[in-house]
Write a protein that binds this ligand. Structure first.
Ligand code: SAM
Length: 221
């Protein structure tokens, strides 16, 4: 990482980065650890969670435009976390926290059950080689973790420029008993709260279509 990125971790982490008890790996979360959103944000507000937030462009823009909501960025890429903290600090965002962790673990145990109003996953790594597709985040089992974290009626928003992954996302989530489609037709409309990131721009430049999906968490029995 650059000096600026090191500085972000030294100076801005106390304000932005959650101090998570770890499991075995450095990006794992101890199974007994639970986030206390009211303590972390200093208030009780709706919580929006982005998985694989990259450089933080989408979530910072959302946090700035919606000061009454709280935002959590989950990312394993340290340089991306540093960039997000530097940019968040530049614009003085207060309703954003970051966590350096493997996202499924945050959904499956660290977030309190039903605490998230929405979970976003925009342009996740496509792992396009056949032998690597099992590494994709949205695969069988992902729906359980997302459904646990979401409140009743909460939304799961997804976007990708990789057709085969879009089809996989839709197949996996259509099969999830806790979710129902919240879009008509083949794909969801573009989410107007999502700003264009470098990954989307690159996909478009390569002539790929952007596909979005929107699922609603069903009410718990
Ligand atoms: C292709 S990038 C997209 C970043 C961002 N969403 C955007 O649209 O610009 C995917 C991101 O997901 C992150 N990522 C991959 N696996 C992850 C995991 N298990 N937990 C958290 N983040 C992950 C990567 O580090 C990378 O920054």
């Amino acid at each position: 990482m650059s000096d600026a990125q090191d500085r972000a971790f030294d100076e801005l982490a106390p304000q932005y980065l959650l101090d998570v008890p770890r499991g075995i790996a450095s990006t794992s979360v101890h199974a007994d650890a639970r986030m206390d959103p009211v303590a972390e944000y200093g208030r009780d507000a709706r919580l929006f969670v982005e998985i694989g937030s990259g450089q933080g462009h989408a979530i910072i823009s959302a946090a700035v435009s919606r000061p009454d909501d709280d935002f959590l960025a989950i990312e394993v890429f340290r340089a991306g976390l540093a960039r997000t903290m530097l940019d968040a600090d530049k614009v003085g965002v207060r309703n954003l926290r970051l966590v350096e962790a493997n996202a499924p673990e945050i959904l499956a145990s660290y977030l309190p059950e039903g605490s998230a109003s929405e979970v976003w996953i925009f342009f996740p790594d496509p792992w396009h080689k056949k032998r690597h597709t099992k590494r994709r985040l949205v695969r069988a089992g992902f729906g359980d973790a997302a459904a646990r974290a979401l409140e009743d009626g909460g939304l799961l928003r997804l976007a990708t420029d990789w057709e085969d992954y879009a089809l996989q996302m839709r197949e996996v989530l259509d099969a999830e008993p806790e979710f129902e489609r919240a879009f008509e037709g083949e794909w969801a409309e573009r989410f107007d709260g999502r700003v264009m990131t470098a990954f989307e721009r690159k996909g478009i430049a390569k002539g790929r279509d952007i596909r979005e999906l929107l699922y609603r968490r069903k009410t718990r029995a």
